[in-house]
Design a binder for this molecule. Structure first.
Ligand code: ACO
Length: 328
């Protein structure tokens, strides 16, 4: 068996409760018109206190494994990309247990909204080096737990969800190129920072304990960063794969803002009709947004086997990355 990588299944799950723009207009000083015009968002799904990130991830994972036509016990590795685990020690093992992937090693990976893309690229390394055959990657976030619901500049953006994909070792490599990038100088543009209290342990030693502060964001800076760096990352990946914009069937971008997606497509000279967007219904679901959009497009038949997809994730860190792959 060769050392190429193919994505052979995908799945997704979102919470039931839908928070509309009108709901938000009752909570903060905003309007449906402002949110739709500036972001393209109308709804976002919000996890209830009885819905966990692990449960949503397990549903998405089971659905991806079913599409892949393999048994959970054939999974060798699970990578959970999330910034909002149910457990700070990691939630990947919990998911391993929930889906019965008894032969898999599992760990979490944190790279905010770039997480799913970074998980895909990490999985590709284990496959190409021959270490693993079947890898489950999950992008999931429940940012609603950490949003400042009084801050109209950020609370309108985020929703919850989970998406998954199964990667398998194959002869003909379908991951055509990729790139990963970070810029910590701009780290303070988007944060979910630790914010605990001081606790005196002894006369000389003070520890910190507690929780995290809600999300803080410089929206304009993140916007500018995304519109500059995402087209650059995709252009580099197209060059490496010896492809032009005409070869790209679908643009699969992190769903942060419809205006960002439109601007990226324009810069790349890729028609807007090739953008896979679900932002209207789900908002920005962080690490889940790329696999959620992929799963919908595969299941409704837009994305067909052999289609070439240019994907890019970007977000806190700052982190960003691109991957060009053939579906199926
Ligand atoms: N409703 C009404 N008015 C608002 C709202 C709101 N919800 N939010 C801001 N405004 C006001 C501002 O106060 C400002 O008013 P002013 O002109 O009187 O000062 C005006 O609207 C314009 O504000 P801008 O910040 O210039 O609006 P902009 O067009 O940049 O849109 C937005 C803001 C939607 C946040 C945009 O900048 C954006 O999408 N940025 C990217 C954010 C992002 O993607 N973050 C997540 C990254 S992924 C991750 O890692 C989690």
């Amino acid at each position: 068996m060769g050392a190429g990588i193919a994505i052979i299944g995908c799945g997704s799950a979102v919470p039931e409760a839908v928070l509309t723009n009108d709901h938000l207009a009752q909570m903060v000083d905003t309007s449906d018109e402002w949110i739709v015009t500036r972001t393209g968002m109308r709804n976002r799904h919000i996890a209830s206190p009885t819905e966990s990130l692990s449960q949503l991830s397990a549903i998405a994972a089971k659905s991806a494994i079913a599409m892949a036509g393999i048994s959970p016990t054939e999974i060798d590795l699970i990578i959970l990309a999330t910034s909002t685990p149910d457990d700070m020690f990691g939630s990947a093992c919990k998911i391993q247990g929930l889906i019965g992937a008894t032969n898999a090693v599992a760990f979490d990976l944190t790279a905010a909204c770039s997480g799913f893309l970074f998980a895909l690229i990490t999985a590709s390394q284990f496959i190409r080096t021959g270490v693993h055959k079947n890898i489950l990657i999950i992008g999931a976030d429940v940012l609603s737990r950490w949003v400042d619901w009084t801050d109209r500049t950020s609370c309108i953006l985020f929703g919850d969800g989970a998406g998954a994909a199964v990667c398998q070792r194959v002869d003909d490599d379908r991951l055509l190129s990729f790139g990963m990038y970070s810029n910590g100088i701009q780290n303070d543009s988007l944060n979910l920072n630790y914010g605990g209290d001081r606790k005196l342990l002894t006369e000389d030693i003070t520890a910190q304990y507690g929780t995290f502060n809600p999300i803080t964001m410089n929206g304009k800076e993140v916007y500018r960063f995304a519109v500059a760096k995402v087209p650059e990352a995709i252009s580099k990946a197209m060059f490496q794969a010896n492809l032009t914009a005409d070869d790209i069937d679908w643009l699969l971008l992190h769903q942060a803002n419809q205006r960002i997606m439109d601007a990226v497509a324009k810069r790349l000279k890729i028609p807007q009709s090739k953008i896979l967007s679900n932002i209207e219904e789900y908002g920005n679901t962080s690490a889940a947004s790329i696999p959620l959009a992929l799963d919908a497009a595969v299941r409704d038949g837009r994305v067909k086997p052999g289609d070439i997809i240019a994907a890019s994730g970007f977000g806190a860190g700052l982190t960003w990355g691109s991957a060009i792959f053939k579906w199926g």
